[in-house]
Design a protein around this ligand. Structure first.
Ligand SMILES: CC(C)(COP(=O)(O)OP(=O)(O)OC[C@H]1O[C@@H](n2cnc3c(N)ncnc32)[C@H](O)[C@@H]1OP(=O)(O)O)[C@@H](O)C(=O)NCCC(=O)NCCS
Length: 185
């Protein structure tokens, strides 16, 4: 193949999770643009071209850009998903994920489960005590996915702050938490 693999390629390879690289931009943007329903539920807006850039800079109040990480989920050579995280926020032993998504064309193949297992393993080995995720309220795929991983939803009366500054039109987004078992000594 003489072009970068994208999520439209058939993904049959081993699942991986790695830092975003510049050459991933087209594939990640295509994934964001294809997920209209989810992006609308999560942000209140339809996805558009600037969303990739926003992923680098979107921060909740009080978080530092130094804590921000943008990762891609791979299957073989293809970029099939994206995840952004804040390391050590809102507390030093907490890792918070914002967006976590797999391209619509790759759904229900176990890709997100395997990517999450890698990420949770890295978090545990890095000494983090818990992982916090966010999910639009009543967004069934995300809720089912998080519940299956063992996350529990915080019982909050109102939407919480996630990785994003919450604009007025943003629908309710819940925080979900998973307490990690201790890592290897
Ligand atoms: C949710 C999402 C990450 C799942 O990715 P995936 O690679 O399809 O997930 P998996 O194949 O690993 O599925 C694991 C489990 O999650 C649940 N799940 C996944 N997609 C689901 C859906 N559309 N409806 C209901 N449950 C779903 C199921 O319990 C599934 O297990 P099963 O297939 O054995 O029933 C993906 O659909 C996605 O990116 N959606 C848009 C963004 C999003 O919702 N992100 C999650 C916010 S926390």
């Amino acid at each position: 193949m003489d072009r970068p693999a994208t999520s439209r390629d058939i993904a049959t390879g081993e699942v991986g999770l790695r830092e975003f690289a510049l050459e991933d931009a087209d594939a990640v943007l295509a994934i964001l643009l294809a997920a209209e329903d989810y992006m609308l539920a999560a942000t209140g807006y339809f996805p558009e071209g600037g969303d990739l850039q926003s992923l680098f800079y979107a921060l909740p109040d009080g978080a530092s850009l130094d804590a921000k990480r943008l990762l891609v989920i791979t299957s073989g050579e293809a970029v099939v998903g994206v995840c952004d995280a804040l390391v050590g926020w809102p507390a030093p032993d907490v890792l918070t994920t914002g967006l976590f998504m797999v391209g619509p064309g790759q759904a229900r193949r176990g890709i997100a489960t395997r990517a999450a297992a890698i990420g949770l393993g890295l978090a545990r080995d890095g000494g983090f005590r818990s992982v916090r995720a966010s999910c639009p309220r009543d967004w069934e795929p995300g809720q089912a996915f998080l519940a299956r991983l063992g996350f529990t939803r915080a019982t909050l009366d109102r939407p919480t702050t996630t990785n994003y500054a919450v604009p007025p039109r943003t629908p309710a987004v819940d925080a979900w938490t998973l307490v990690l078992p201790p890592g290897e000594p």
